[in-house]
Write a protein that binds this ligand. Structure first.
Ligand code: PEP
Ligand code: MN
Length: 474
C-alpha cells in the first residue's frame, strides 16, 4: 500500500478528474469512488452537488495536523493502558443543536463524567465528543413509515430533513454541515479556553437538577475533596495558572469526532499538509480529529475502508456480532499497515446477551495479529429495544450488563477495556429506561426528543461514570 501522492493527484482533486482505476493500490482522497459503496447518496442535481463540493474543497481546515497528532499521542497512552478514553454525544446531531445551551450542556456532562473517572480510577482521561459534525446516519432501510406513509428514511441533517416533506437529498446541506460544525467547534474552543473546564470553578456547576440524592452526594464529595487538594497545592505554590505543571487544573483537551459516512463530504475535507514532526506532506481529514467507520460500512473491499486507509487521523472501527475474526485482522492490516499503537480504536457493540459469544475470539484475533488497539465498549448499539409504546429505547441495566461483562471478559483474556463510547446528552431527556432516577417505560413520553437512537440523559450519564469508576477504583 502506498499513501504517496504526486502533483498530478493534487491536480485531480482540484480539477475533479476521476481516479485512474488501473492503479488499484494507489490511494487518493477519491480512490474510494472506484469501489462499491454502502449507504451511498444519490443526488438528483449533479451540477449543484459539484458546485457545493468545489466550494467545500476551499474552505479552511477546522482542525490541524498538530491537534490530530496530539490526540494520536494521547491515544497511544490509552492503548498502552496508561489513560482511559471517554467518547460520547448524540446519536445524530441536528443543525439546531448548534446553539449555546445544548453545546454547554453536552460539554458539561462529558467533563463531569471524566472528572468522576479521573477521580475514582486515578487514570488520565482522553475526551472525544461525538459532536461538531455527527450529522450523517446509516440506516437499515431506505424507507420508513411516517404517519401511515412509506417515505424515504431520515438520513441525517447533512443529507435530508427530518420533516417528512424534506426527504430528498439536498447538496446544500453539505455546506450547512460544514458551517454548523465550524460554529459548534468554535464555541467549544472558546468556552474551554475561557475556564469552562477549570477545576477551581467546579462548584459553579452544581447538580441542583439531579433527582437522586446519592448521585448528588457522591459528586459533591469529589468536589469537596478536590477543593481541599487544590487549596493545599495553592498553599505550597504548586498551583498557578501560569505554570505549565499545573495548567491541567485550568483546562483540558476536548477533541471532536463523527462517523465518516458521507464520503463526498469527507473527501473535500481531506488535505495534504505537513506532518508536524517531520514536515513530510501527508493526508489529513481536517473536518474532525477522530473519525469512525460504522458497523454497516466496514467491508474490506468497499469504499469506506478504502477512504479510511489513507488518512493520518486516529480511526475508530465499530465491531459487532457479524465481524469475523479473520476479517478483523485484515481490516487492521489494511487501515493500519505500520501497526501504530493506538491508531485504531475498536468500538465493540454486541449487546449484553451476545458479548460473551463474540468478544473473546475478537480479543484473541487481535492479539494474534500483533496490533495494539484501544478496546472501547459501546454498550448502546447492541441493546436497542422497542418500548411498549413502540419507540426505540435502551435499558440502563442492559447497558451496565454489557459494560461489566466487557470489563470481565478482557480481564479473563489478559486484555483491558480501555475506554467507553456512549450516546448521551446533557439534557433531561427520557429515552433510556432505568438509572438512579428510575425512569420507567411509561415515563418515556415525558421528554423523548431523539431523532435517531435513544441517549442516556444527564443523570444516567453520571450514573454510568460512577459505576465505571467503581470498577477501576484503586
Ligand atoms: C452509531 O454509532 O450511531 C451507529 C450507527 O453505530 P453502529 O455503526 O455501531 O451501528
Ligand atoms: Mn446511534
Amino acid at each position: 500500500m502506498s499513501n504517496s501522492h504526486t502533483d498530478s493527484h493534487v491536480k485531480e482533486i482540484d480539477g475533479n478528474v476521476s481516479v485512474n482505476r488501473n492503479e488499484d493500490k494507489e490511494w487518493t482522497p477519491q480512490s474510494w469512488r472506484s469501489k462499491p459503496i454502502r449507504q451511498g447518496v444519490v443526488y438528483e442535481d449533479q451540477e449543484h452537488l459539484q458546485q457545493v463540493l468545489n466550494k467545500l474543497q476551499h474552505l479552511p481546515p477546522m482542525v490541524t495536523p498538530s491537534e490530530i497528532y496530539k490526540l494520536r499521542s494521547q491515544l497511544r497512552e490509552v492503548a498502552l493502558n496508561k489513560a482511559f478514553l471517554l467518547q460520547g454525544g448524540d446519536c445524530a446531531e441536528l443543525f439546531e443543536y448548534c446553539s449555546q445551551d445544548p453545546i454547554e450542556s453536552k460539554l458539561k456532562v462529558l467533563l463531569q463524567m471524566s472528572l468522576v473517572l479521573v477521580w475514582g480510577a486515578r487514570i488520565p482521561v482522553v475526551r472525544i465528543a461525538r459532536m461538531a459534525g455527527q450529522y450523517a446516519k446509516p440506516r437499515s432501510s431506505s424507507t420508513e413509515k411516517v404517519e401511515g406513509r412509506e417515505i424515504p428514511s431520515f438520513r441525517g441533517d447533512n443529507i435530508n430533513g427530518y420533516d417528512p416533506s424534506d426527504r430528498k437529498p439536498d447538496p446544500e446541506r453539505l455546506l450547512r454541515a460544514y458551517f454548523h460544525s465550524a460554529a459548534t467547534l468554535n464555541y467549544v474552543r472558546s468556552i474551554i479556553g475561557s475556564g469552562f473546564a477549570d477545576l477551581h470553578r467546579l462548584s459553579d456547576c452544581s447538580l441542583r437538577h439531579v433527582r437522586s440524592d446519592r448521585t448528588r452526594q457522591e459528586y459533591q464529595t469529589i468536589i469537596d475533596r478536590l477543593a481541599d487538594s487544590l487549596d493545599f497545592m495553592r498553599v505550597i505554590g504548586a498551583d498557578s495558572p501560569f505554570s505549565p505543571i499545573s495548567s491541567s487544573l485550568y483546562s483540558v483537551d476536548m477533541f471532536i469526532s463523527h462517523e465518516g459516512l458521507l464520503l463526498d463530504y469527507e473527501q473535500c475535507l481531506t488535505r495534504l499538509l505537513s506532518d508536524p514532526e517531520t514536515g513530510e506532506k501527508k493526508w489529513y481529514n481536517i473536518g474532525t480529529h477522530f473519525l469512525w467507520i460504522g458497523d454497516r460500512t466496514r467491508q474490506l473491499n468497499e469504499a469506506h475502508v478504502e477512504y479510511f486507509r489513507g488518512i493520518q487521523n486516529p480511526i475508530g472501527i465499530k465491531v459487532g456480532p457479524s465481524m469475523e475474526s479473520n476479517e478483523l485482522q485484515k481490516l487492521l492490516d489494511i487501515i493500519n499497515p505500520n501497526k501504530e499503537i493506538g491508531k485504531i480504536t475498536l468500538i465493540t457493540r454486541y449487546g449484553a446477551d451476545q458479548v460473551e459469544k463474540y468478544l473473546p475470539a475478537h480479543i484473541q484475533a487481535v492479539k494474534a495479529s500483533g496490533h495494539i488497539v484501544i478496546w472501547a465498549c459501546d454498550p448502546m448499539h447492541g441493546n436497542t429495544k422497542q418500548s411498549s409504546s413502540g419507540v426505540k429505547t435502551r435499558y440502563f441495566n442492559s447497558i451496565i450488563e454489557e459494560l461489566s461483562k466487557v470489563i470481565r471478559i478482557h480481564k479473563d483474556n489478559n486484555s483491558q477495556m480501555n475506554g467507553v463510547h456512549f450516546e448521551l446528552t446533557g439534557e433531561a431527556v427520557t429515552e433510556c429506561i432505568g438509572g438512579s432516577m428510575q425512569l420507567a417505560d411509561a415515563d418515556l413520553a415525558l421528554n423523548y426528543k431523539t431523532f435517531c437512537d435513544p441517549r442516556l440523559n444527564y443523570e444516567q450519564s453520571l450514573d454510568v461514570a460512577f459505576l465505571i469508576a467503581k470498577y477501576y477504583e484503586k
